[in-house]
Design a protein around this ligand. Structure first.
Ligand code: ADP
Ligand code: MG
Length: 390
């Protein structure tokens, strides 16, 4: 029997590990332990969220764990990556270095690491308080964003000519100000191993223009060969600078007249059902590849079996209040590959400020990519929600 220690969430990957014959121990936040976790895990170590960053705590845990017990230590999620980096270093298991984890989880550190490369192509500045905003140039627009959040949480566009200082009242400083890049946004899912890069998808991204919350994606966009080479070269620079040597990555960028502008990068798969959409588009189960890579530590063999257009579209909440009911008003047609209600009834939906408030998701195909996007959008319009004040 092989044994694995996993840190943090992403249950579906843990289930896959179990299916591959692993006995799994887990370190996760106490409040996230579920009653049926004991069916999946052999040993459950519940910790407090703050302990993810407590070095003494990590050292104590590492002395308590018998490293010879494990064939694999891994973290498939975003939370606890620093913890995993320190633990793996102590126990001598392969994982990303602490400095890589810091760079991908802190957008200011990421920008600093990119200095001197050709992708050091936008202005940015750390703001410590509201008044710091006055030091930003008034000749361009800016994006204000938290240093380390995800899910497009609390992203604000600052246009110097059309702005009140009270717009900043809800921000938690320090925040990062970045020159606003105008252009089509994409993400790229890629494996990297020893300087070899395997791109699974360049995904066109659609965002809500006010909150920057993702509302749609079209996976495996067909871009010309030259642009594909440019994107690969760009990834190589990002990975080298940030020290990302192996594993699955999710990188977001904008393309402006063939010029690439980095938004952010992560050492995990993208969210938003992108993995499922790539799997549907190619006939290759991407989650299996992620498990393969985490076990074998080599570039997985990605051989698409087909090339089907697949798009994803989200339903945003129509107003603030408690979600009483959300259902599609008619049954789905063959073009709809999957759909899911993301919010359980009774949940309070605040004013949209992150991707966690999206009500439903639809994955659709079509005769081409635009058509698949159209079909996903149309299906979302068939969602009927009841949202009430109380
Ligand atoms: N410098 C920028 N210029 C234009 N848009 C940006 C910039 N930075 C972020 N955004 C927009 O805000 C969204 C969320 O920012 P991001 O850095 O990806 O944060 P998160 O980690 O929450 O996803 C991006 O997908 C993009 O649409
Ligand atoms: Mg993002």
């Amino acid at each position: 029997m092989k044994r694995a220690l996993v840190i943090g969430g992403f249950r579906s990957y843990h289930i896959k590990l179990k299916e591959r014959g692993y006995i799994i121990d887990i370190i996760k936040e106490k409040h996230k332990i579920k009653s049926d976790d004991s069916n999946l895990y052999n040993l459950i170590i519940g910790i407090n969220e703050k302990d993810y960053l407590n070095r003494n705590f990590i050292e104590n845990i590492s002395s308590f764990l018998d490293k010879n017990n494990y064939d694999l230590i891994y973290n498939y999620s975003e939370k606890g990556q620093e913890f995993t980096a320190v633990l793996c270093k102590i126990l001598n298991f392969p994982y990303h270095s602490f400095s890589t984890v810091k760079a991908v989880n802190n957008k200011f550190v990421m920008r600093e690491k990119m200095c001197g490369t050709e992708y050091d192509n936008i202005e940015y500045k750390l703001l410590h308080c509201k008044n710091d905003i006055l030091s930003l140039s008034k000749t361009c627009d800016w994006i204000l964003k938290p240093l380390n959040s995800w899910g497009s949480t609390d992203i604000l566009k600052y246009s110097p000519r059309n702005f009140k200082i009270s717009d900043l009242d809800n921000l938690k400083f320090p925040i990062l100000a970045e020159e606003f890049i105008n252009g089509q946004e994409y993400s790229v899912e890629a494996f990297v191993h020893k300087n070899n890069i395997e791109i699974l998808s360049i995904t066109k991204k659609f965002i809500d223009k006010i909150t920057f919350v993702e509302i749609g994606h079209t996976v495996r966009e067909s871009l010309d060969i030259e642009t594909m080479h440019k994107i690969e070269g760009f990834l190589r620079v990002v990975f080298n600078r940030l020290g990302i040597e192996s594993g699955i990555t999710h990188t977001e960028f904008k393309l402006v007249n063939d010029k690439i502008f980095l938004i952010e990068t992560h050492i995990r798969m993208g969210g938003d059902n992108i993995s499922e959409a790539i799997s549907l588009a190619t006939g290759v189960n991407v989650d299996d590849l992620i498990i393969d890579e985490s076990i074998d530590k080599q570039l997985p063999n990605f051989c698409p079996q087909k090339n089907i257009p697949v798009s994803i579209w989200f339903a945003l909440p129509k107003k603030v209040g408690y979600l009483k009911k959300a259902e599609f008003k008619c049954s789905k047609t063959a073009n709809i590959l999957d759909e899911d209600i993301l919010i359980s009834s009774g949940t309070f939906l605040p004013k949209l400020h992150s991707s966690f408030e999206r009500v439903a998701v639809v994955l659709a195909t079509g005769t081409n990519r635009e058509d698949s996007l159209d079909n996903a959008r149309k299906r979302v319009k068939e969602l009927v929600t009841t949202i009430e004040k109380k």
